[in-house]
Design a protein around this ligand. Sequence first.
Ligand SMILES: CC(C)(COP(=O)(O)OP(=O)(O)OC[C@H]1O[C@@H](n2cnc3c(N)ncnc32)[C@H](O)[C@@H]1OP(=O)(O)O)[C@@H](O)C(=O)NCCC(=O)NCCS
Length: 181
Amino acid sequence: MSVSYRADTAESSDWPEVPVMPALAHGWVLARMSALDLQAVAEIESRAYSHPWTRGNFENSIKAGHMGLTLRDPSGTLVAYVVLMPVVDEMHLLNITVEPRRQRQGVGRLMLAVTLATSHTHHLHTMLLEVRPSNTGALALYLEAGFVEIGRRKGYYPAAGNAREDALVLRRAWPGSEDAA
Ligand SMILES: CC(C)(COP(=O)(O)OP(=O)(O)OC[C@H]1O[C@@H](n2cnc3c(N)ncnc32)[C@H](O)[C@@H]1OP(=O)(O)O)[C@@H](O)C(=O)NCCC(=O)NCCS
């Protein structure tokens, strides 16, 4: 097991209603994404998606004030990253990616828990994301984490050829610290 966090089911206390920052295994490092990460990020991105973000997309995103987070293993290798965009009182998850060879080892679950906890720390108590209906692995992870489908954007994503694919819009909300008191 490469990471110490494990959330077995949506009912499990490991996906608490109010997000809690997960512990990282020894030597793993979570950091803000910087310009120095962009080459490695773009390289993973190009292998992880049929329609990847470009290096310029990440650069613009960081310049626009979006929050990038990276996860590196004890050897310093980039394993996963997320990009988050705060919008008023909600956090939008724009990108969550695990290096393809490191997928299905619990890293995506860890990064999703980190993003939820980061949002909570920033006093944002709702997270929104879009996902392709065909991305059944990601969808399973989001549903496990307590996201619910709240809508569908027609033809949102480019698909093979000139086709388009819908996006499912998913949301997870939790009580704020003041509300929970
Ligand atoms: C989606 C993604 C972030 C998940 O990360 P991951 O590290 O592979 O996921 P985890 O190992 O933490 O899996 C957690 C759970 O999600 C579900 N899941 C993840 N990938 C799955 C897959 N390919 N097929 C079926 N279920 C999957 C499973 O329920 C899994 O639990 P289990 O392994 O105990 O059965 C990763 O696959 C990825 O980077 N994909 C390419 C980019 C992408 O599609 N990002 C999401 C865009 S919306």
